[in-house]
Design a protein around this ligand. Sequence first.
Ligand code: SF4
Length: 469
Amino acid sequence: MLAEIKGLNEECGIFGVWGHQDAAQLTYYGLHSLQHRGQEGAGIVVSDGKALKGIKGEGLVTEIFTEDTIRELIGNAAIGHVRYATAGGGGYENVQPLLFHSQTGSLALAHNGNLVNANSLKHQLEAQGSIFQTSSDSEVLAHLIRRSGFPRMRDQVKNALSMLKGAYAYLIMTETELMVALDPHGLRPLSLGCLGDAYVVASETCAFDVVGAEYIRDIEPGEILIINDDGLISERFAHSSTKAICMMEYVYFSRPDSNIHGVNVHTARKNMGKRLAIEAPFEADVVTGVPDSSISAAIGYAEASGIPYEMGLIKNKYVGRTFIQPSQSLREQGVKMKLSAVRGVVEGKRVVMVDDSIVRGTTSRRIVNMLKEAGATEVHVVISSPPIKNPCFYGIDTSSKEELIASDKSVEEIRQIIGADTLTFISLDGMVKALSQTEGLNGFCLGCFTGNYPTEIYPDTLQYYYQRG
Ligand code: SF4
């Protein structure tokens, strides 16, 4: 599905390098491959061992950086960030990496995720005299680090991290060190790789392939890596940790060529499609997927059902980004521009349409309508995730609860609204089994489906999510 027209958006992607002469250029390519995780802003900060220097801007990676600007970023280490703004809103000042200079040295931060206790911490820090440069939750960590009394930077960072609640994959760079930290539930993906003697970290492994790096392993929940010219060491900043990786990374957000905790995203989606073929079998002529993220599940459904997969919907890749247009009417216009039904494929056919999720329902209604207008005689909608009934507090912009169609409507009511002949969501158990036979429901965050979140949710966070929209 098309993120920007659906109301389901990833918040950010991060990439870092230590020990390579082309650090800025590698980060540029890495960020480019993570562009699907955020399109509102991007930045790169480099270290030459003595000072940090950064360039950032609003827009796409290719719009912000030129060969000349990348050449200005001289250094053997770099961190980069692509941003989709939710908590704290947009604006240049919120584009990351955030860069801080002080008497004792500089610090750059790149964050993917969302802190659920950011507001409480911010109030406490402001009461103690901190002045925030941005409205982003990510900046809280910098203030906590600066206020920590420990002599060594890594201990300051570990102490500061232990005060955060929520989802965070952080890259923290000083002139002489890169620190890589993942929250105690490992909600967001974060992997380590190498390129010759250099270390590389990225939100998704697809970035390693782009720069020719070799995957080493995923960062563990509650782990901090400290990388410097002496090498890499791993420490823990959280004593107890329970893995709860975001299920939507597999269902929808991550690129199909990425692997998360050893599971390839395309394969996971294909397995979800196969499960759907068992849970929702139909007599039909063609299976089609909503491009791009539902294609893998549609292939799985087709393979398991024996019904041929066809390209019944195509996406126009050359239309400008519509997600920055906030009104519903413009958003709906964007759907028409971006997606078309292929009459020659669906006319006179019974179609199984595979999609990864339904958020507001408006896009599904338009696509079903499009297929029917193109001559489909039946449209059976099958969804490779269960109904999304609850908001996400961890960095995925799932809209407010009021906007989520499944929050107060039954499957039959949703079917009527979207105009499908049938509508089936994969079962929670089926979705998890498609990924793993061994982890059970325990290895994943399923909060937006079940309402059971892996962390405590603070009242000020709840207030923020229930007021907007
Ligand atoms: S609530 Fe949903 S979208 Fe948010 S982290 Fe959990 S599974 Fe992912």
